[in-house]
Ligand binder design. Sequence first.
Ligand code: F6P
Length: 323
Amino acid sequence: MKKIAVFTSGGDAPGMNACVRAVVRSGIYFGLEVYGIYRGYDGMINGDIQLLNSHSVSNSIQRGGTLLKSARSKEFMTAEGRRKAHGQLLKHGIEGLVAIGGNGTFTGAMIFYDEYKIPTVGCPGTIDNDLYGTDHTIGYDTAVNTALEAIDKIRDTAASHDRIFFIEVMGRDSGYIAIASAIGGGAEMVMVPETRTTIHDVIDTLKQGWNRSKSSSIVIVAEGDEEGNATEIAGKIKNELPMMDIRVTTLGHIQRGGAPTAYDRILASRLGLGAVEGLLSGKSNVMAGVMNEKLVYTPFYDTIHQVKPINQDFIRMINILSS
Ligand code: F6P
């Protein structure tokens, strides 16, 4: 293998640049030519591909977003789109790929590998932390810290006004960001898709707090919760608890930006190097991850189809510590 390419795809995540940097620098170290594919699979289809050198990734480890840009490609979901992408890779002589992204990225990579057998190793880049095969995904730690910063600020105003705040965090169908920010932010409750918490459970908890003269409370809602989003949930609860002053904040895309934390930079660097070494040792159709401090490779199929369960002890802990 002499020429490889790296791309970022799906939602951007802080630490993606650190991962690209690690792929480029380690690829060059091992004597490879490393190409950058811009705008994910869309760029692969359109030939938006450039040779990178060591300087191309200078001054990038600390930057949020992705210098390679990202996209959620509809065209790559079609056989014709993938045929065009393969043509572009052949044209550039690219023999191996490093795909940095989440579920959608690896689903695409798996189908592409089945069809065209271009060796591909993935790096988990998503704030959602919802991929099996790695304890943490690149960007998750930064997103949680960003959410915490916001939650701390909201707590100040919640306490000053004796208010109840419902704060919605991202995570798609997963509650990882919600649970971590609920623990770190000292929230009274958390609502996540993995555990059923009904509107009545929330009302009971808030009432109990009220009866104990708790004057302000924070409820963290994962965007994928089965009871709806934070605005819907708060709307239903307002009717039942008219004596409480309830407000809603949706943190949104702020969670995707910003400089990566030390943890994310180190994880991204390790996984970028791991992906290149994986390709060179003949691995393919797998994601590089870190589990129990060890670098591991998990088939794309498992990263997508196996569920990474949340730690139920954490939910219990939130309930105990907020009482
Ligand atoms: O997967 C990352 C993520 O930020 C999810 O948490 C969220 O549901 C989704 O992407 C938002 O996607 P978009 O940026 O396309 O609105």
